[in-house]
Design a protein around this ligand. Structure first.
Ligand code: NAP
Length: 305
């Protein structure tokens, strides 16, 4: 049997902390990138309980990790352990990527960039001047909404099952929008219940509808964040679903049947990881390499379900 030379004394360490962690696809993505780029790095999953977060982060620093990803439930709590946090991560209220530079912990958020880049690639347009409806008011809704506001959408409307959460997110977003845009766009951020999609023309008038709820995610693949009979989209609308398992949710199927551009969350998952890898290595990954990496990564999705 040949000697396994994949991990050596000089191998650079990367990984992801979270709980649960067994389902993560990040090791497949980052280890594939290292193989394709010929980098001597290894990326490992690490289960960390909330009460162990401080010790775990100290440990990663002591163990000379190059950097690490942070996932549920630590994305907010890890912020206060950082020496520096990017503006975007501050606005989103979450760090998903940490670089360790000369013993300093530098926190960033690559989810928003992954979302925006994957959207633009498939939709062929950005958010400037667009009327955007976001379904959901959780962590991903904030990530997506902040990006859309930073890129000067004309309006953002948050629709959520739990109204108080929609109101809470809108209060945060109004603060951000106000800070960025002064008083010229006071009503550009609104909210409602998911059921308001049934009555008012909210969905019909939107240029872009983004689902950030987990409704429709495996195993509940028959679910839709809004009842199917109200998903009457028009051809010029763009429907984005952050869910990637299944690859086509009920919402996206209805959108595709209406002739809309329908985009799933696979590109977001992939590109947030690519951006994190670029932050750790300081190397921009070229488009040819990205295509190869995406093909390889897509196969990892067969591990799901
Ligand atoms: P979260 O903070 O827990 O928020 C969940 C949201 O989904 C809330 O708005 C919740 O509404 C809503 N929701 C849950 N079940 C629902 C149902 N049956 N009907 C209607 N609304 C429902 O979760 P998150 O971290 O934002 O994650 C949300 C989704 O994004 C997950 O599916 C996750 O896998 C996906 N995601 C994808 C990527 C990617 O890279 N593609 C990255 C991050 C997350 P209430 O407030 O009423 O409970």
């Amino acid at each position: 049997m040949p000697v396994d030379r994949r991990v050596r004394g000089s191998t650079g360490l990367l990984g992801v902390i979270g709980n649960p962690i067994a389902h993560t696809l990040s090791p497949q993505l980052h280890n594939t990138l290292s193989t394709l780029l010929g980098n001597d790095h290894i990326y490992i999953p690490m289960r960390v309980m909330p009460e162990e977060l401080v010790d775990a982060v100290k440990g990663l620093k002591a163990l000379n990790f190059i950097g690490f990803n942070v996932t549920i439930p630590h994305k907010s709590a890890v912020m206060e352990l950082m020496d520096e946090v990017s503006l975007e991560a501050k606005l989103i209220g979450a760090v998903n990527t940490v670089r360790i530079d000369n013993d300093r912990l530098i926190g960033d958020n690559t989810d928003s960039e992954g979302f925006a880049a994957s959207f633009k690639e498939k939709a062929g347009t950005g958010f400037k001047g667009k009327s955007v409806v976001v379904l959901g008011a959780g962590g991903t809704a904030r990530t997506v909404s902040v990006k859309v506001i930073l890129e000067e959408a004309q309006s953002v409307t948050i629709l959520n099952r739990t109204i108080s959460r929609a109101q809470g997110l809108v209060a945060i977003l109004k603060g951000i929008a106000g800070g960025l845009m002064s008083a010229t766009h006071p009503d550009r951020v609104g909210w409602g219940g998911l059921e308001s999609a049934k009555t008012a023309g909210i969905l019909r008038e939107a240029d872009i509808i983004i689902n950030t709820t987990s409704a429709g995610m495996y195993p509940d693949i028959g679910d839709c964040p809004i009842p199917p009979e109200y998903c009457m989209f028009t051809r010029n609308q763009i429907i984005y679903d952050v869910i990637y398992n299944p690859k086509e949710t009920m919402l996206l199927k209805l959108a595709r049947n209406s002739g809309c551009v329908a985009i799933n969350g696979l590109g977001m998952l992939f590109l947030q990881g690519v951006r994190a890898y670029e932050i750790w290595t300081g190397v921009k990954i070229d488009s040819g390499m990205l295509i190869n990496a995406f093909k390889a990564f897509s196969l990892a999705l067969n591990d799901l379900q």
